[in-house]
Ligand binder design. Structure first.
Ligand SMILES: Nc1ncnc2c1ncn2[C@@H]1O[C@H](COP(=O)(O)OP(=O)(O)OP(=O)(O)O)[C@@H](O)[C@H]1O
Ligand SMILES: [Mg+2]
Length: 395
């Protein structure tokens, strides 16, 4: 066995980090800062639970990185504490519903509530109705309140009928003694409008809005986290301030700020620097922005990627804003180069351009040339064209 000092895995070197995991997505902060109002609203809606009553249903809205999940987790911890003090029974089940069908959501809730020694609810062969019956049976075995927390609730297929059933379960006698509260979390402010009138009526939720953080609020949040993640004096106040300002520009997203801090620390380590400065933050911001953009582009369909690529080529050549006809002609060349069959009509390309505009990849501008030319749309790329072009459209 070689000496420990010869083992490369034990050579930690110098690092600006003392606890890098504090910047990871999975880290649960001990303190929630700058969300007092939202916490008060949450507490008012949930207080009945602590007295053994049915709470209000709640919908939490806000952009990505606004702290919806973090604050919700914190509130659940606080509720368990409060219920412990008053000796009130409480059960909670939290679920991220991304890409889930209603059946899968209910099945997962049943299995989470079931004893680990009990059989799992089967993945095949039974209906959502069967799963709901099993869910009510599990809920009714519990005393006190059962809270169902559905994160990214707008992603659930057939959410309308599911929400109707769940929110009527007590009134219809499906539940005999347990109380049920539902907390939904969503990025999509139009979620409520997608529900039917009868579901809106029975769900009757309290709404809590998480507005984007401003630069000052982000500075407080990031300083607090940096004190845990970095060694003493290993990051300057100016660097944190700059990081907060950059994340505030990007729709007030705290996750973005934490990602930049982590990348900046890594850059400092790579260069062997002892202190994270504004230069490291600027560098890191580009890396993080690039990573986010690449991720968003990779979520597009192959046709959309070709159209976006075409827009970026035009942008680099200063030929934007461009009309659909001009875009179409270059688009067919781009397709030929990568061996993709192009869409056969300018109309279908225009439909994709409209979709790309709605998703924030492109800008659509209306031109009105009066009687002579009429009205038409022109398009330009709204993302950094150089980054778009770095990713081959066929990747
Ligand atoms: N007020 C806050 N105090 C401390 N940390 C926070 C606060 N707000 C957000 N964070 C941290 O920022 C990150 C993003 O927050 P969170 O995951 O709660 O956002 P979200 O609103 O759920 O976003 P998404 O819609 O993308 O799921 C997390 O790491 C969280 O710990
Ligand atoms: Mg979340």
């Amino acid at each position: 066995m070689p000496d420990a000092e010869d083992n490369p895995l034990l050579d930690f070197g110098d690092s600006v980090f003392s606890h890098r995991d504090a910047l990871a997505e999975s880290y649960e902060p001990e303190r929630i800062l700058e969300r007092d109002e939202e916490i008060d609203q949450y507490a008012a809606a949930l207080r009945p639970v602590v007295e053994g009553d049915t709470p209000d249903n709640i919908m939490v809205y806000g952009n990505t990185g606004a702290g919806k999940t973090a604050v919700t987790r914190y509130m659940i911890d606080m509720m368990y504490d409060a219920c412990d003090t008053t000796d009130t029974p409480l059960s909670t089940v939290q679920l991220n519903c991304n890409e889930m069908t209603a059946f899968k959501v209910v099945r997962t809730l049943v299995n989470d509530l079931r004893d680990s020694s009990a059989d799992e609810f089967p993945a095949r062969g039974l209906s959502t109705r069967d799963a709901l019956d099993a869910l009510y049976e599990e809920i009714d075995k519990r005393d006190g309140t059962v809270l169902l927390i559905l994160d990214e609730i707008d992603h659930i297929e057939h959410i309308d009928s599911l929400l109707y059933d769940l929110s009527r379960s007590q009134a219809t006698g499906r539940l005999e003694h347990a109380n049920v509260g539902i907390i939904g979390i969503s990025n999509d402010y139009t979620f409520r409008d997608t529900l039917s009138a009868k579901t809106k009526g029975s769900f009757a939720e309290e709404e809590i809005d998480f507005t984007p953080y401003n630069a000052d609020e982000l500075e407080v949040i990031l300083s607090d986290r940096a004190a845990i993640a970095f060694n003493d004096d290993a990051i300057t106040d100016a660097a944190i301030k700059l990081c907060a300002a950059l994340a505030a520009q990007d729709s007030g997203n705290a996750r973005q700020g934490l990602d930049i801090l982590k990348a900046a620390g890594k850059t400092a380590d790579d260069y062997g620097d002892d202190v994270v400065t504004e230069d490291h933050i600027r560098d890191a911001q580009k890396t993080v922005e690039r990573g986010n953009l690449e991720q968003r582009i990779s979520s597009l369909t192959v046709q959309q990627r070709h159209i976006l690529h075409t827009l970026a080529l035009l942008e680099i050549d200063n030929k934007t804003p461009a009309r659909t006809k001009e875009i179409y002609s270059l688009y067919t060349d781009v397709c030929e180069q990568s061996g993709l069959d192009p869409l056969s009509t300018t109309r279908s390309v225009r439909d994709h351009l409209d979709k790309l505009s709605m998703q924030g990849f492109a800008d659509q501008i209306l031109r009105n040339e009066g009687r002579s030319g009429g009205k038409y749309h022109v398009y330009e790329c709204s993302m950094r064209a150089d980054i778009v072009l770095e990713a081959a459209p066929r990747d």
